[in-house]
Design a protein around this ligand. Sequence first.
Ligand SMILES: [Zn+2]
Length: 338
Amino acid sequence: MFISEIQNSFEQSLPAHARVSDWIHPERGPDGRELRTYAVRFDGDPKRVLISISGTHGAEAFIGSLIQQRLLERLSKRQGARLPTVILIHNLNCFGSAWIRRGNHQNIDLNRNSWSGPVPEHPAFERYVSLLGSKGALEFGARLALQLPDIPRFGLGPVLEAVARGQSAHPESPFYCGRERSFEIRSLQNYLKSEINPDHLQVLDIHTGLGSYMQESLIAEPDLTLEQAQEFESLFATKLIDTRSPGYYPTTGTLGQIFPETFPQTKIGYLTQEFGTRNFLTVLKALVLENSSWQKQKSMDSQRIDPMLHAFFPAEKDWRDQITQVGVQRFFALHDSI
Ligand SMILES: [Zn+2]
């Protein structure tokens, strides 16, 4: 399944009363097709806004789009000024999803790119540059083995921390946070600025690849207050993951950071919704090997893309059904409470 098919079915599900905007990416897809991100707006109370985002990481757009297509079906039957305004941002990293990559055309990780101030420097990443630059499965295994003496002492913690913090020194390596704000994030921010000015904003950003198979993790970003976290927990009847607690590492420059920056007066609840697929090392290996293959040759070689789909968009029907269902359920819990 390629993103063009998904994009077509998304376009066909757009209801007549939704207001559709889009922005065209400067680069093209593998079939020469134009790439675009859609912003689909359902008008309701302008002071209460709910946003769903798919495809911040390209290869994760597939399930995000399937969830949003279900949302379109349901939202098309709901209208009224007492409902919140809803915006679906579809396929934010449209270059990454078309080429089945995590990052954008500049290899920027869009969930590491919304930092402000000086370019973030993370010297600890240097220790993992060679592991994360491995060119084949054997090399990845060998380099991982070199790190193994540390694992009994520190667990996978230092690798996780390096991944979470990202890096700005190696544009050709994974988890690159960029040295300036990307086309995709700027476009999103410009769109939001021109469209909304809410008192209360909630955002659900859909991701896959972290956590065990079919497990959902709702991740609270550091800006979320304790009170807001408790509100979410009682609404969802589940614990949030707080990246400030032991064993977790806050990510630098997450997409969530653009919201308080754009709307400093607004009450904001931003959550990353992660759906688990394969184990951490399988996912990491897929990312590392895909990246080195891409750096060598930009093609749709199945050896490059199949492990990415396996890691970020499992073909198992039970996974897709379950994740779609939970994605829709969480969205409407927010929709009915905001
Ligand atoms: Zn992701």
